[in-house]
Ligand binder design. Structure first.
Ligand code: G3P
Length: 500
């Protein structure tokens, strides 16, 4: 009898494997960070082979720490950083280029070229997305344009494309010896190539980006058996039965299954997802439309999403690029050395600005500096930027939904930061609520996999597992709150139209 489900979370900074028990609690974790390559301003790359190596290692660590074998695992779920594009040779299994990461902005000229004919929203009615370098399509196009011989090989059916869910699944199910080349609807909805209604690749969009259909994975639901593990000696024969892009996965792990339910995840970036049920809603306020999940042959569920590119990665930047702190948690201590940001505002537009602004030309800006400003103020302004950006997105959600959200469910690494969560509640003017299990990203994929093999009975059972851990009530005077939001928005305007 298998009493556990294993989730692989292939994220932007690390790969993790987490074992969950039937109650949805974490039993053990394996984790490894991978290298971030930034060869030029705006470029961010990953080594897909290193990622695959790490995935195998963390599976071993997670199973080993709990003293389990593959026989104890009923199913495996995969969740992943979305949009990041891997192109590899189907015979050798070797990538033809480093993976181009979602934060990478090198493809802006490809995007501009396409936007010149019909504007940045020309594909939005079909895909739910604006034309932006964030999504996979222009990244695939860049690889085909820049790697010698890649286009011919792709046209001959020799190359495969996948987001990292597909890359991990293909390798886990056999690699060059019969690996399954599949992605799920949530990941496919982030490529700019899928029709939200039919859940199929669009030939005209593939053509617009010059991408041969032969390299695209098959689109399947988020919860079904795609294949069994072949290459991992530990998991051999175990079904892989769930795939969800990480933000949709966190929403699923938060048991936010129904229209009107939402969550905000504080990771490398911040992603607020608002479920709209079976209805496709197009935003009038800078949000994108995405697939939330599809279980087997059931209907697809959709969501509005506010994507913020830089939040947790800003703290990493303070650590790695500025040397202001030695470890990420230290930022809270440093921020506490000052009572407020001293009038300093930090707009971390490192990949331009995503939702709700969608301004690729924006660049990072620190404004309001005086001789009085010190390290504490910078640290505090960086943390506050996370909360201000979430407020911008929440305003857009409220405007689109027509009814304001009454509380915000949160998860992700940064929700351990008490000062940030209090400031977030203060800025939103609604309570911020953290669940007991904050590993919701991995939990969602585990849920999807467990549902497919009958390990859990259905959404009602999963809903019953959600438990509140902590709640932060807003405490800031509303007039002061709005004054600060106005100042933040002024700072945002300073980050735009930057040309050096
Ligand atoms: O869209 C990008 C997102 O999926 C990345 O998530 O948690 O790896 O920052 P994360």
């Amino acid at each position: 009898m298998s009493d556990y489900v294993l989730a692989i979370d292939q994220g932007t900074t690390s790969s993790r494997a987490i074992v969950f028990d039937r109650s949805g609690r974490v039993v053990s974790v394996g984790q490894q960070e991978h290298e971030q390559f930034m060869p030029q301003p705006g470029w961010v790359e990953h080594d897909a082979m290193q990622i695959w190596q790490h995935v195998q290692e963390v599976i071993g660590t997670a199973l080993g720490r709990a003293d389990l074998t593959g026989h104890d695992i009923a199913a495996v779920g995969i969740t992943n950083q979305r949009e990041t594009a891997v192109v590899w040779d189907r015979r050798t299994g070797l990538p033809v280029h480093r993976a181009i990461v979602w934060q990478d902005t090198r493809t802006q000229d490809i995007v501009d070229r396409l936007a010149a004919d019909g504007g940045t929203d020309r594909f939005a009615p079909i895909t739910g997305l604006p034309l932006a370098s964030y999504f996979s399509a222009s990244k695939i196009a860049w690889i085909l344009e820049h790697v010698p011989g890649a286009r011919e090989r792709a046209e001959a059916g020799e190359l495969l494309f996948g987001t990292t869910d597909s890359w991990v699944l293909w390798n886990l199910t056999g690699g060059p010896e019969g690996g399954v080349h599949v992605t799920d609807v949530t990941n496919a909805s982030r490529t700019l190539l899928m029709d939200l209604r039919t859940l199929a690749w669009r030939e005209d969009l593939l053509e617009a980006f010059g991408i041969p259909a032969a390299m695209m994975p098959e689109i399947r639901s988020s919860s079904e058996v795609y294949g069994v593990a072949e290459t991992s000696s530990l998991l051999r024969g175990t079904p892989i039965a769930g795939i969800l892009g990480d933000q949709q996965s966190a929403t699923f792990g938060q048991a936010a299954f129904s229209a009107g339910e939402s969550k905000n995840t504080y990771g490398t970036g911040c992603f607020l997802i608002f479920q709209t049920g079976e209805e496709i809603v197009h935003s009038a306020n800078g949000l994108i439309t995405t697939v939330a999940f599809q279980l087997g042959d059931g209907p697809a569920h959709y969501a509005l999403e506010g994507s913020i590119a830089v939040t947790g990665s800003l703290i990493q930047w303070l650590r790695d690029q500025l040397g202001l702190i030695r470890s990420a948690p230290e930022v809270e201590q440093l921020a506490r050395t000052v009572p407020d940001s001293g009038g300093v505002y930090f707009v971390p537009a490192f990949s331009g600005l995503f939702a709700p602004y969608w301004r690729p030309d924006a660049r990072g800006a620190i404004v309001g500096l005086t001789r009085y400003s010190n390290r504490g103020h910078i640290a505090r302004a960086a943390l506050e930027a996370v909360a201000f950006q979430t407020r911008d997105v929440l305003d857009a959600v409220n405007a689109d939904a027509g009814v304001p959200l009454t509380e915000l469910r949160v998860d992700g690494g940064m929700v351990a930061n008490e000062a940030l969560m209090q400031f977030q509640a203060d800025l939103l003017g609604v309570p911020v609520v953290r669940p007991e299990v904050t590993e919701t990203t991995a939990l969602g994929a585990a849920y999807a996999a467990g549902l497919a093999v009958g390990f859990w009975s259905g959404l009602d059972e999963l809903r019953g597992k959600w438990r509140e851990d902590r709640r932060w009530e807003p405490a800031l005077d509303p007039a002061e709150r709005e004054r600060r939001v106005r100042a933040w928005r002024k700072a945002v305007t300073k980050s735009m139209d930057w040309v050096d």
